[in-house]
Ligand binder design. Structure first.
Ligand SMILES: NC(=O)c1ccc[n+]([C@@H]2O[C@H](COP(=O)([O-])OP(=O)(O)OC[C@H]3O[C@@H](n4cnc5c(N)ncnc54)[C@H](O)[C@@H]3O)[C@@H](O)[C@H]2O)c1
Ligand SMILES: O=C(O)C[C@H](O)C(=O)O
Length: 320
């Protein structure tokens, strides 16, 4: 059977890391697309030349022509601009919305059967716009953020409790912005929910609150350190986890920015929710129950996403 084809739209920091990870995991043949001439070609060749030492097979092509993504099984979109210190993700809306239009049209024309994972910020509004521009079924277009935010939460928790990260689960839902919702009650160490761990005296509520705030500020913390761009290793790993779930029909339960119409009291919008990813794309949105405090935080985050979507419609009235 032919290897799956993975198209990476955007060959910058995340795009290059995605290509390298896809190579090492032998997920399929990779096409790196970018408007910058030479960058996708150079990165593709560099990664291909690491194959003999690493021991992977596969083809790696860099291109500036959308025709080369034809027939892709998965498209991962990182095209656009990252923020700099002092900026919020929302400041990228105007510039990256234009990018989503051209990327959506490229995918529509050349890879209409792909499972599309959007990473470009501000994430929830950009994945909504990308789905509109590409016109693909909503279950085949999803945004990556919750896996990353949950991974950050898990890392901070594992450090706090001095346990393996493998034994920590976490759920961060809502929009990928300052209002994101790390859910302590649905996050565990060895299956024990975080509030119980506070009661057991293994940590304090103050420490837990500080970790939750650090998770919310996780992207800005990296931007503040790097100064010239934003995180790329953990974002790329997170998107590869989602792509692998689709390509290998793993039925993973992952928090993603998915189209929700009915579950969690939402009507027809993209926001971070628990999903099942398998060969059918987003096969299910898991309709979890929240208590009053969690629901209030989630509602606030949903409102923030709606505001960004309205701003997109204001910029481009062709968006429904
Ligand atoms: N969702 C998340 O959790 C998450 C995490 C990290 C970064 N991001 C976002 O991902 C995006 C990419 O980040 P990065 O670090 O890879 O940035 P980067 O600047 O390193 O790479 C972006 C690439 O996009 C290319 N590009 C710009 N316009 C294009 C177009 N019209 N068509 C094709 N390519 C185009 C650029 O040439 C560049 O190579 C940013 O918007 C960033 O905010 C999101
Ligand atoms: O913070 C950013 O601007 C990039 C990304 O959304 C992240 O969370 O790392």
């Amino acid at each position: 059977m032919a290897r799956p084809k993975i198209a990476l739209i955007g060959a910058g920091q995340i795009g290059g890391t995605l290509a390298h990870l896809a190579a090492i995991k032998e997920l399929g043949d990779v096409v790196l697309f970018d408007i910058a001439e030479g960058i996708p070609q150079g990165k593709a060749l560099d990664i291909a030349e690491s194959g003999p030492a690493e021991g992977f097979d596969g083809s790696f092509k860099g291109t500036n022509d959308y025709a080369d993504i034809a027939g892709a099984d998965v498209c991962i979109v990182t095209a656009g601009v990252p923020r700099k210190p002092g900026m919020s993700r929302d400041d990228l809306l105007g510039i990256n919305l234009k990018v989503m239009k051209s990327v959506g049209e490229g995918i529509k024309a050349h890879a209409p059967d792909a499972f599309v994972i959007c990473i470009t910020n501000p994430l929830d509004a950009m994945v909504w716009a990308l789905q509109q521009y590409a016109g693909l079924p909503a279950n085949k277009v999803v945004g990556m953020a919750g896996v990353l935010d949950s991974a950050r939460f898990r890392h901070f928790l594992a450090t706090e409790f001095n346990v393996s990260m493998r034994d920590v689960t976490a759920f961060v839902l809502g929009g990928h912005g300052d209002t994101m919702v790390p859910l302590a009650r649905y996050s565990t160490v060895g299956g024990i929910p975080l509030p119980d761990l506070v009661e057991m005296g293994w940590t304090t509520q103050e420490s837990l609150d500080a970790i939750i705030q650090r998770t919310r500020d996780g992207g800005a913390e990296i931007v503040g350190l790097l100064k010239t761009g934003s995180a790329f290793y953990a974002p790329a790993t997170s998107a590869i986890e989602m792509a692998e779930a689709y390509l290998r029909d793993q039925k993973r339960l992952l928090p993603c920015a998915a189209y929700v119409d009915g579950a969690l009291g939402l009507e027809g919008m993209y926001v971070g929710v628990p999903t099942i990813i398998g060969a059918g794309g987003i096969e299910r949105v898991v309709d979890i129950k929240m208590n009053a405090d969690e629901q209030a935080m989630f509602d606030k985050s949903v409102d923030a996403v709606k505001g960004l979507v309205d701003a997109c419609k204001g910029i481009d009235p062709t968006l429904a």
